[in-house]
Design a protein around this ligand. Structure first.
Ligand SMILES: [Fe+2]
Ligand SMILES: [Fe+2]
Length: 219
């Protein structure tokens, strides 16, 4: 029966992948990167919750070492020195500082990001831990591949964001040591659904054009 059960959160992943990524200009994409920064903070928080729940879990320790205090995105111009270690959300924070666009372009994303982060901290520890597997085992890969179809990346912040996305597709997808393989045993189910809905809504709030003409089930 298992293969007949469709998890709702996977549907939301498809909705995100189907947003109008190809229609974004540089300003929109910078707003996406800004929204993603807030996602990346909750990602780290959720991962640390999972590690605290299962302190003897070697796979999760390995995953933590690849996401926190790591040099696996270094070097990158203006963001990371050669071999410099940092959390991945810190890489994103520094990435945004490189933007050449006026600050107004990302204001909505920042406001939405703050609200998103507050809400994300209200979910149960169990759901937050499970979310990591849903992110790492294909969920983020699908959304990152869709984001990479945006046409304009000619900006220092966007080039750094593109590096982040492309490297993450590589990190997550290795069948043995990939982040999917390291977290799958957390067994995501629809307890993670609201977190995916929040991520979708955050992106659309940051860049309403993403959903223009797209029908999606609002939370
Ligand atoms: Fe990461
Ligand atoms: Fe990862």
């Amino acid at each position: 029966m298992d293969n007949l059960v469709t998890l709702q959160y996977k549907y939301v992943i498809s909705e995100i992948a189907d947003l109008r990524w190809k229609d974004l200009d540089k300003s929109d994409l910078t707003a996406v990167a800004t929204a993603y920064y807030y996602f990346s903070v909750q990602f780290r928080e959720n991962l640390l919750i999972a590690v605290a729940m299962f302190p003897d879990d070697e796979k999760l320790q390995h995953l933590k070492a690849e996401e926190c205090g790591t040099a696996n995105l270094s070097p990158w111009p203006g963001v990371a020195e050669p071999a410099e270690r940092m959390n991945h959300d810190e890489f994103m924070r520094r990435t945004l500082l490189l933007s050449t666009l006026p600050l107004e372009a990302t204001k909505m994303a920042e406001q939405a990001g703050h609200a998103y982060l507050q809400k994300s901290r209200g979910y149960t520890q169990d759901a937050r831990a499970r979310s990591i597997a849903s992110y790492e085992d294909g969920g983020l890969e699908a959304t990152f591949r869709a984001m990479l179809t945006a046409p304009e990346w000619d900006d220092p912040a966007l080039e750094a964001f593109r590096h982040f996305l492309a490297e993450h597709i590589r990190f997550d997808s290795d069948p043995e040591q990939g982040h999917g393989a390291l977290s799958r045993h957390l067994q995501p189910d629809d307890r993670v659904l609201p977190m995916w809905e929040d991520f979708r809504d955050l992106l659309i709030c940051a860049v309403p054009r993403l959903a223009a003409g797209v029908r999606y089930a609002a939370a």
